[in-house]
Design a protein around this ligand. Sequence first.
Ligand SMILES: Nc1ncnc2c1ncn2[C@@H]1O[C@H](COP(=O)(O)OP(=O)(O)O)[C@@H](O)[C@H]1O
Ligand SMILES: [Mg+2]
Length: 306
Amino acid sequence: MSAAAGFGKVAVLMGGKSAEREISLLSGNGVLKALRSKGVDAHAFDPSERDLFELKREGYARCFIALHGRGGEDGTLQGALEVLGIPYTGSGVLGSALAMDKVRTKQVWRANDLPTPPYEAIDAKTDFGAVAARLGLPLIVKPVQEGSSIGITKVRAAAEMDEAFALAVNYDPVVIAERFIDGPEYTASIVDDAALPLIRIEAPEGKYDYQNKYFTDVTKYLCPCGLPAAKEDEIKALALKAFQSAGCTGWGRIDLMLDSQSRPWLLEVNTAPGMTGHSLVPMAAKAVGISYEDLCVRILEGAHVG
Ligand SMILES: Nc1ncnc2c1ncn2[C@@H]1O[C@H](COP(=O)(O)OP(=O)(O)O)[C@@H](O)[C@H]1O
Ligand SMILES: [Mg+2]
């Protein structure tokens, strides 16, 4: 029996109902094609169109989760798969749920002395001027749950905070203002509980928004990232600690930035990161000789329950 046959019937979970549906379909179709090219009996399954119980009824042995955002990456789906007893890729219930909430993730990091930018929760009644005075300008306003830079604004003057809050609150009732980190951005990919080479992200005018993330070719991704080896190793070790302290396992991605003194600041964990042609984990894997197809198989090998 080939290794691929040993996986049994595999569902690639993709689509879903979150704001990141479009990206999930790109990720999922890439994964599906890669797994099939390796001889895996893989099939697309969209939980927004079908009942999860059908996974059991149709004899699925494993799930590759290629869903992003709420309902796919937030622990609820993971809980359902636990109950069904079907092994799935990536973090379990706790890590998935925690990482989906940027504030609670930051609280865990702070409790573990891991660096993450200072922030304040804001609402419609907040004195935005006072927050801007405490955190400094510019600052970042973002919804606590969401992804793909959706609902995020860089605020340059306190007067712009109303509008930034109004945008963010469309995506989550909990919104934060966060200190702006003025320096280069990196992402650390984690696969098999180890950090891959960092990628430096250079968006035009530092604007790494939804459009520049997925649909333009102007954002530059540098791997090798250009940092001295010792600095890169230090950040990789920090990223792995950040991943593990958030209860995350298997594979994922940590977004972070360096300030003007080259100090790292952790932004967030992604527990089911993008797997599209533009995506970052496949790029980091390629830098150490792991093809997209092999990466998909390795992630699938990590599928687990409990
Ligand atoms: N504190 C910050 N300082 C500077 N830029 C930020 C900050 N927080 C977020 N950004 C920018 O916004 C992007 C998206 O933010 P992030 O927290 O990773 O949320 P998500 O990727 O889930 O939308 C980052 O990749 C970065 O370019
Ligand atoms: Mg991010």
